[in-house]
Design a protein around this ligand. Structure first.
Ligand SMILES: Nc1ncnc2c1ncn2[C@@H]1O[C@H](COP(=O)(O)OP(=O)(O)OP(=O)(O)O)[C@@H](O)[C@H]1O
Ligand SMILES: [Mg+2]
Length: 327
């Protein structure tokens, strides 16, 4: 089949997948543009790994179509494998424990048609970038969790893939190693013209890396947009956060009844956030209620983050999601 070139390196349409009675993906559609980092966000069990495994040919979909670089995923499985890289969620089991890191990498490079000389060159430079030089001749099974993660990321990069799939790439990495990898991924896209599709539960990382994000909820892709647009779409730019244990229900009602207080977000077990449209008037309204009711609470004021937007959308599944892409 002749590949149809578009500005989309990945185009997945109406992909569905069930495990027995469980519908893990329902008509999920997504696209990744050339030179883009696109992140898929969703709660545990929402279908992210299932989707990535389908897109990387590991798992068969029940229905829908997927094209990668214009190639149909099923008709051109071998060609697709050559142009994609994949780092799975289960790092421990994704390489041969008794082989050394180098042996694992050389073996994988061979399966992807990379010459030994090229593979050795890439292994030398990537192991230096990822701080794995000292462990390159150790058995994979003897590495720490974070070192295994780095080794598996190096493996995914050896054949210089056009599209890299990363399922929680910085999981288990120390902050410095994670920052190093984030920097490398940004450059991989901006300097080498590659594309990345990733999942992560670290939303500050997603906000830093992503050109666009999509939200997946119970197997349905509900919303796609730029991080800033997604943040803006929740309707307020700033929040005042108060400690829940300090607030009587009547105090919360009084705050919400005030002008300039737009709505609340249940942030976690400790904090409740109140969306405000203006720093001074919003703060004044809240302080007025706290003063009047004799309520004492620690107070935080901050701009709305991607994490807040995620919590807002995932916490209100009944609220209609935007089905169109956020501008
Ligand atoms: N091999 C399997 N057999 C049966 N059910 C499965 C299988 N793999 C996943 N599931 C189920 O499918 C749903 C989606 O799982 P999936 O691993 O895709 O979620 P996820 O979004 O990647 O979650 P997490 O954030 O925890 O990694 C879950 O309910 C899970 O229990
Ligand atoms: Mg997963």
């Amino acid at each position: 089949m002749v590949a149809v070139k578009t500005n989309k390196i990945l185009l997945a349409q109406n992909v569905s997948k069930s495990y027995g009675d469980l519908q893990a993906l329902s008509d999920a559609s997504i696209d990744v543009r050339q030179e883009e980092i696109h992140s898929l966000l969703g709660p545990n069990g929402s279908g992210k790994t299932t989707f990535i495994k389908i897109l990387t040919t590991i798992l068969k979909k029940d229905s829908g179509t997927v094209q990668i670089d214009g190639l149909d995923l099923e008709e051109s499985e071998d060609d697709v494998r050559r142009i994609i890289g994949y780092v799975g969620q289960d790092t421990e089991r994704s390489a041969y424990a008794r082989l050394t890191v180098r042996e694992n990498l050389l073996f994988f490079a061979k399966t992807r048609g990379v010459s030994k000389a090229d593979a050795n060159e890439s292994i030398a430079s990537l192991s230096e970038i990822f701080g794995l030089e000292e462990k390159i001749d150790s058995q994979f099974g003897h590495l720490s969790g974070g070192q295994k993660q780095s080794a598996v990321i190096i493996r995914a990069l050896l054949h210089d893939p056009l599209l890299l799939f990363l399922d929680e790439p910085t999981k288990g990495l120390d902050p410095l190693a994670a920052r190093n990898i984030r920097g490398y991924l940004k450059d991989y896209v901006s300097k080498r013209g590659r594309s990345i599709f990733l999942t992560s539960h670290i939303l500050s990382e997603v906000e830093f890396l992503s050109d666009r994000v999509s939200l997946l909820h119970e197997g349905i892709v509900n919303i796609t947009g730029k991080p800033d647009d997604l943040i803006e779409s929740i309707g307020f730019p700033e929040m005042v956060c108060l400690r829940k244990v300090c607030l009587e229900p009547s105090v919360i009602r009084s705050i919400l009844a005030k002008e300039h207080i737009l709505r609340s977000i249940d942030l976690d077990d400790t904090w409740i956030g109140f969306g405000i449209d203006d720093t001074y008037t919003g703060m004044e309204s809240i302080l007025d209620v706290l003063r009047r009711t004799g309520t004492r609470s620690e107070i935080q004021h901050r701009r709305v983050s991607l994490e807040d937007a995620f919590i807002h959308y995932m916490g209100n599944p009944k609220e209609p999601f935007a089905t169109e892409e956020v501008a």
